[in-house]
Design a binder for this molecule. Structure first.
Ligand SMILES: [Zn+2]
Length: 193
């Protein structure tokens, strides 16, 4: 019993150290991915404000939009800032804004955009070089996300852009298997199956 009491603190200490060693790298990755996503969220807000200002001003693609022109469409009428100090380049109308630290939008946003059904932004992301069938860690493509979100308009849009309906996730699901409602599922039904 005495010996047990003596080794107990050491055992507990060893378990604690092992946990820190295991958890710390994951924590670091989670924090940096959180910050990157926060930055991309800002870029999406800036792009949305640019779109609204362009609509009001009748701006043409390739024309410059001044920051003052789109500030009224941003929360608090101020330009959001990158959480890790990156500088934002606004770009001309029709061009996506970018951060000099985090680049443009990241792949996760491609999937989130599909899930939320913003076809306008998704079209821009595809023009910006993202693949329509890009898959994430769980092998979900934008089509899987759109189906899961029940975004029938987005599902049609993605299929029109060449998204494959037969691609399976890591769990073996097709987009139809993930469809959250019957209308969306019907769009994804492969003829003859
Ligand atoms: Zn940034």
């Amino acid at each position: 019993m005495k010996r047990f009491r003596r080794i107990l603190p050491w055992t507990m200490g060893a378990i604690f150290v092992a946990l820190i060693v295991l958890v710390a790298p994951n924590m670091k990755t989670a924090v940096s991915s959180y910050l990157r996503n926060a930055c991309c969220g800002n870029l999406i807000c800036i792009d949305g404000a640019k779109e609204q200002a362009a609509l009001m001003l009748g701006t043409k693609r390739g024309d410059t939009i001044s920051v003052e022109a789109f500030l009224p469409y941003l929360k608090g009428r101020s330009l959001p800032t990158c959480p890790t100090g990156g500088k934002y380049r606004i770009g001309v109308y029709g061009e996506l804004p970018r951060c000099d630290r985090h680049g443009r939008f990241n792949q996760e946003w491609l999937h989130l955009t599909a899930f939320h059904g913003d076809t306008n932004l998704l079209a821009k992301l595809l023009t910006d070089g993202f693949s329509v069938n890009h898959n994430d860690e769980e092998k979900w493509t934008p089509l899987h996300w759109a189906a899961y979100g029940g975004r029938s308009e987005m599902v049609c849009f993605l299929i029109g852009k060449g998204a494959s309906v037969n691609v399976r996730t890591a769990m073996g699901q097709t987009a139809m298997d993930l469809a959250s409602d019957t209308n969306t599922a019907a769009l994804l039904r492969v003829p003859g199956k």
